[in-house]
Design a protein around this ligand. Structure first.
Ligand SMILES: Nc1ncnc2c1ncn2[C@@H]1O[C@H](COP(=O)(O)OP(=O)(O)OP(=O)(O)O)[C@@H](O)[C@H]1O
Ligand SMILES: [Mg+2]
Length: 423
């Protein structure tokens, strides 16, 4: 060539009989084509280098089948290129996101969306994927950029959790103020009832002898539209009902007060867990009789004292044993209260087991919520476990409730001992 440049030519020569055997032919200049191909190869190589250096994952797929991946994508998926190419991209999707991903990978929209992928080790990662069409070796394939946003999502979730907790603490605090106010308001009028009902009862006993005389002298008469003869026997029951209703109100008010932190005076002292359990169970004698339960006490291992407030720990035992008794079937059942010395852990566990109704799994997560009860009709306030939980945690311990295999429930209040673990 005149300019000295190299050119690619393709030609063919042929003898042509029609033209007396002259050789004819043509020459084609392929320089341009060769240059384009070289450019293309270079651009593909450059792309590959770029893609390998990228921090974002890049996957090239053809009809879903992975044909090429970069290092970042291999790192994200926890495998080598050979583990990933040839696989269908949808195999890497989280089972719940497969159809979503399938729709998006082929969609022409160049918008990024969130999906969950499963790494080769089975972990879930959250990614943003942007896909577009691109030519490769003369075919149109899909190129997807995959950005790992798992850490960002986790941070977002943590922040959201904290926000929710704060809001809840705030709500609980205002609920606490409200409850303390209401408890106080109810307690005053209720104490009139508690105070006056026994007076009425005494007055009635005195009145009976006078009224008996009236009946003897003047014949049968009525009170409140009922014959005196009947009212005579019924009134003491009416009064007893009023009193027991008022006592129940007092108990609930007491619980509400403890719930909002009204209780808890008194110093932390050395408390003997076995003694606390015995005394608490004694207090429950009427409930034991009513529910026809049998309560068995046992102590296991060397039991060291707890540093705490005996009255509060006693209240926890009362609540747990009362719940156990209340869960028993009508014909009665077994409740076992074990006090277990766990010297190596430096803890004492008070374990209450019953063979009663048990707790359904969907209820289990709600039972510590204040006011959650399945015994509303039977006078349950739903505060027993909530209060117990707070008390145990205040003592540096843990309260857990779990179903027993077969039937029934196990409640465990575990406290640190005053001396610390044995070594
Ligand atoms: N041992 C148990 N067996 C079966 N269910 C239980 C047991 N302990 C607790 N529960 C369930 O947990 C709920 C909440 O218990 P919690 O002690 O807080 O309130 P409550 O017993 O209903 O009311 P209160 O303690 O004021 O009498 C109960 O209503 C019951 O459904
Ligand atoms: Mg209870």
């Amino acid at each position: 060539m005149e300019d000295g440049a190299l050119r690619f030519l393709r030609g063919s020569l042929e003898p042509s009989p029609a033209q007396g055997g002259r050789v004819t032919g043509y020459v084609q200049d392929l320089t341009e084509l060769a240059r384009t191909q070289a450019d293309l190869k270079e651009s593909e190589e450059r792309y590959r280098e770029l893609s390998m250096a990228a921090t974002e994952g890049i996957v090239i797929h053809d009809g879903g089948t992975i044909v090429d991946v970069n290092n970042a994508f291999c790192r994200l998926m926890g495998g080598y290129e050979t583990d990933l190419t040839g696989k269908n991209l949808l195999e890497l999707a989280h089972p719940d996101d497969v159809s979503l991903l399938a729709a998006r990978l082929e969609s022409e929209r160049d918008r990024s969306e969130r999906f969950r992928l499963r790494t080769l080790a089975g972990d879930t990662v959250v990614v943003e994927i942007t896909s577009r069409s691109a030519p490769r070796h003369g075919r149109i394939v899909r190129m997807s950029a995959v950005r790992d946003i798992t850490a960002a999502i986790r941070a977002e979730e943590r922040a959201e959790g904290q926000r929710r907790l704060l809001a809840q603490t705030d709500r609980l605090r205002s609920l606490g103020t409200l409850v303390a106010g209401v408890a106080h308001e109810i307690n005053n009028p209720n104490s009139f009832v508690m105070f006056n009902a026994p007076l009425i009862e005494r007055a009635w006993r005195d009145a009976i002898s006078l009224l008996d005389e009236v009946e003897r002298e003047k014949g049968p008469f009525t009170l409140a539209g009922m014959p005196y003869a009947r009212v005579r026997g019924d009134v003491p029951t009416f009064i007893e009902n009023i009193l027991s209703g008022a006592r129940r109100i007092q108990e609930i008010v007491e619980k509400l007060r403890t719930f909002v932190g009204g209780a808890g005076p008194g110093e932390m002292e050395l408390v003997d867990p076995v003694k606390v359990v015995e005394e608490a169970v004694e207090l429950l004698a009427p409930l034991v009789a009513r529910t026809r339960g049998t309560v068995t006490l046992r102590s296991v291992g060397r039991i060291l004292p707890i540093r705490g407030r005996a009255a509060e720990i006693g209240q926890v035992v009362v609540n747990l044993v009362a719940n156990a008794l209340q869960a028993l079937p009508e014909k009665g059942g077994q409740v076992t209260v074990k006090t277990v010395g766990e010297a190596a852990l430096g803890t004492v566990a008070i374990v209450v087991e019953d063979d009663g109704a048990g707790i359904a799994p969907e209820e289990l997560e709600k039972i510590f919520d204040p006011f959650y009860t399945t015994r509303r009709g039977a006078g349950g306030s739903g505060l027993g476990l909530s209060i117990s939980h707070t008390i145990v945690e205040d003592h540096g311990g843990r309260l857990t409730i779990e179903p027993l295999p077969g039937a029934g429930t196990r409640a465990t209040a575990r406290f640190p001992v005053a001396a610390g673990p044995d070594r």
